[in-house]
Design a protein. Structure first.
Length: 367
């Protein structure tokens, strides 16, 4: 007689957090910036948002007035006042569809250490992670394509293309200098910074030099909101990259498929609009069930499931990233400035020798 047949081959601990990093989320700073601005300083009306939600299958155009620089100032009065007519235009709103989804087979968990709930939320999280990254990249693309081409004054900084170039030695000054550069273009509102890890590093160093430090650098960053994105990549030889955007210059619109917008239901098919967990973005949900052969869903563990239930979860949303209209971007400044900080050799402060030739510093060659 023996108990060998029932010997425990392996001890399995369920519901650990050992895999917690596999579906970790990211910093979606550009997306978050557009989302916050649409709530805090919108440039679109609530009526337009409502119209957008119902606009599936239709185009949206927004009427605007163009800049007019033809008004002249005279030095004499006249009995005849000249006309100063405005020119209107229609701006097309461009939506892009983003869709993700997953399926669940409830029966497959009866002989598995991974339960339904753990698998469901892991799938939901990886869909949210991918959707968040795609939307964040699109938000960065909107900032990039609308960055100003016009600078009235770049102060001490150079410019390559439409991007300010900041020497490494000036990295702690640029966040303070961005406001006068913006104001030179006649934008006087609050400045928001959308940057990457390099900007977060610079900000951290500035915060070390706060109010009660011998050198107070707090004015460099105070009064600004910071958003950080891991999709804002540095070009070669760059330490940090960011966009500076005036408050109230961007917005975003959402649109859902018609069935989701009206909460349709037919048989096992159900539609609704929900907030996507983890990234807090409204999306259309399409849920349904089907019966079929599920024997290959998980290899040998589901080989017997030749007729079972499968659940389908689909999420989709149309998103338009909106930037304030500019009728002549080649000659009129935009309230979006892009800047790049060059890499330096290290953080070691430069040593400047101020002795004169009459009072030289004795030196000798290093051994």
């Amino acid at each position: 007689m023996t108990l060998v047949a029932t010997k425990i081959q392996a001890i399995r601990e369920k519901n650990t957090r050992l895999d917690k990093n596999e579906n970790r989320l990211s910093d979606y700073g550009a997306l978050n910036f557009f989302r916050v601005q649409s709530q805090r300083a919108p440039i679109l009306t609530e009526q337009m948002r409502e119209d957008a939600m119902r606009s599936a299958g239709s185009n949206i155009q927004v009427p605007v007035l163009k800049y007019d620089g033809t008004v002249s100032v005279s030095n004499s009065r006249t009995c005849t006042v000249a006309d100063a007519e405005n020119t209107s235009a229609l701006v097309d709103v461009t939506f892009v569809t983003y869709a993700v989804g997953f399926t669940m087979v409830p029966g497959q968990y009866s002989n598995n250490d991974i339960d339904y709930e753990k698998d469901f939320w892991a799938k939901m999280q990886k869909c949210a992670r991918s959707l968040g990254a795609a939307l964040d990249s699109a938000a960065i693309a909107a900032l990039e394509s609308n960055k100003t081409k016009v600078f009235a004054d770049t102060l001490l900084y150079s410019k390559t293309g439409d991007t300010l170039q900041v020497p490494f030695g000036s990295r702690e000054n640029i966040l303070g200098d961005i406001e006068p550069i913006m104001e030179a273009n006649d934008f006087y509102g609050k400045v928001n910074i959308i940057g990457n890890a390099g900007v977060k590093s610079i900000l951290g160093k500035l915060m070390e030099l706060g109010t009660y430090n011998e050198v107070d650098k707090s004015l460099e960053y105070e009064g600004k909101d910071f958003h950080f994105s891991n999709r804002l990549a540095n070009a070669s030889g760059k330490y940090a990259t960011f966009y500076a955007v005036e408050e109230g210059s961007v917005d975003m619109l959402y649109r859902y498929d018609r069935a989701a917008a009206r909460g349709a239901q037919s048989g096992s098919h159900q539609w609704d609009v929900i907030n996507m967990p983890f990234i807090d973005i409204p999306v259309g949900l399409h849920y349904y069930e089907e019966v079929g052969d599920q024997s290959t869903i998980a290899g040998a563990a589901t080989a017997d499931m030749v007729c079972d239930v499968k659940e389908y979860y689909g999420f989709s949303v149309d998103v338009a990233f909106i930037v304030a209209y500019n009728s002549a971007p080649a000659t009129l400044a935009n309230p979006i400035i892009k800047a790049e900080v060059a890499k330096g050799l290290d953080y070691t402060p430069q040593v400047v020798i101020a002795n004169t030739e009459a009072n030289p510093v004795p030196t000798k060659a290093a051994a």
